[in-house]
Design a protein around this ligand. Sequence first.
Ligand SMILES: [Zn+2]
Length: 164
Amino acid sequence: MGFMDKLGSAANTAKWKADQQMRIMKVQNSIRDVEKQVNAQKAALADSAMDLYTQGALADERLGAICVQIAQLNAQISGLNENLHQVQSEQPPSEGAAAVAPPAPAYTAPAAPAYTPPPAPVAPPVQPLEAAPQPAVLVCPECGQVLKGKFCPEHGVAGVPAQA
Ligand SMILES: [Zn+2]
């Protein structure tokens, strides 16, 4: 009898969990719906503020600053839309135009000078190799102790590279 009870309660628990999951999703959907309404009202609020701004009737400075940003972004969108229309109205090159088009050599010219500078940067890596060992081990010429800085703290003289 106890075994059957356990089976029954397990089934009940699974059923309850499924039901709980359903109820959770239902409430989550409700929250999302109301959040959408809030966002719609926020958009309406923003539009109203924007209207006041364009009429010069917006007194609040903080809202005004946001409106300036929006106006600039809107101007950007207008510019992008013009670009879009330009691209959309482009025509594929005709065969005659294609024959004229090949001033492609113009592209090879800028590429060549780009390759010549690299030889110069090759030299610097040699310098760090020569310079590095010097500051690495400096010793005081008076007492011979290895210095952490450039000068001996006891004798005040400049360190010299340690001799092997
Ligand atoms: Zn010293």
